[in-house]
Design a protein around this ligand. Structure first.
Ligand SMILES: [Zn+2]
Length: 274
């Protein structure tokens, strides 16, 4: 699933093509799924921004067109084999390619995210000034679940999915099953630094294109961060830090990759209450 670095890469490529341009038409084959997007038609794009894993076209007249790429969606500048919608702008066409049809395209009044609960509850942008270790600690303290699913919820911080949550936890030397609300302040600071470092580096590398090729940039080119993954997709291989063996387990229903040797054992790090 495209995460912050992939969505940010898409945003940076599309912004110059659509900013200031009017959206003339949305052509699609699925009225039930894309019906609300019609409200965006005829409006000029003021800015293309990103919030977590969502792309948000801020349009004139107090409307936002929100795109979530879902499991395998992508925005392309040429037509693909699974084009579900075609966004015709003045002087540019953007194709919404979505093989598995989990992606969403919907228009809402600006800032009205009642139909988008994940967006409504989303934590701070990890690369913004507002995301401090103190803010992160307060938000983690409210998460009564293990670190990995807590991060995937988008509530402690925005933008992490399965790949970057695993990579950040490895960098921070924290076990993914540790209770999120029981970290020591020094551990929160480590995770805070790790989240920012991993995401910054991945944005620089244009995101991660995996073997399934589901994610590419709008021009069809891959990202390059996958060759720097330390744990994601490396089960059975040697840890780059300690030489231990990377394990894959399932946590909160999602595959999770970590080094049991240098990320600590779950049992040894259970919180003590009282
Ligand atoms: Zn290790």
């Amino acid at each position: 699933m495209p995460e912050l670095p992939e969505v940010e890469t898409v945003r940076r490529m599309l912004a110059p093509l659509v900013t200031g341009r009017r959206l003339l038409e949305i052509e699609h084959d699925d009225p039930a799924r894309y019906a609300t997007a019609e409200a965006a038609v005829g409006r000029r794009v003021l800015v293309l921004r990103r919030r977590g894993k969502y792309l948000i076209f801020t349009l004139e007249g107090g409307i936002e067109l929100i795109v979530h790429l879902g499991m395998s969606g992508s925005l392309r500048i040429s037509e693909g084999t699974h084009t579900r919608a075609r966004l015709e702008f003045e002087e540019a066409t953007v194709f919404f390619n979505d093989p598995r049809r989990f992606g969403r395209l919907q228009a809402v009044p600006t800032g009205d995210y009642r139909t988008l609960p994940t967006l409504a509850r989303m934590g701070p942008e990890p690369l913004s000034r507002g995301f401090t270790a103190r803010v992160f600690a307060a938000r983690l303290a409210r998460a009564a679940r293990p670190l990995k699913p807590a991060l995937l919820s988008q509530e402690p911080v925005a933008g992490l999915g399965n790949i970057y949550a695993d990579e950040a936890l490895w960098r921070a030397r924290l076990h993914p099953a540790r209770p999120a609300n029981a970290l020591a302040p020094s551990e929160v600071r480590r995770l805070h630094r790790a989240v920012r470092a991993v995401l910054r580096r991945a944005v620089d590398r244009g995101g991660s294109t995996l073997g399934d090729g589901a994610y590419t940039r709008p021009d069809g080119e891959p990202g390059y961060f996958q060759i720097e993954h330390a744990v994601y997709g490396r089960a059975g291989e040697a840890c780059l830090r300690c030489g231990g063996t990377i394990e894959r387990s399932v946590l909160g229903g999602r595959s999770t990759h970590f080094c049991p040797r240098c990320q600590g054992g779950q049992a040894a790090t259970m919180p003590t209450r009282g």
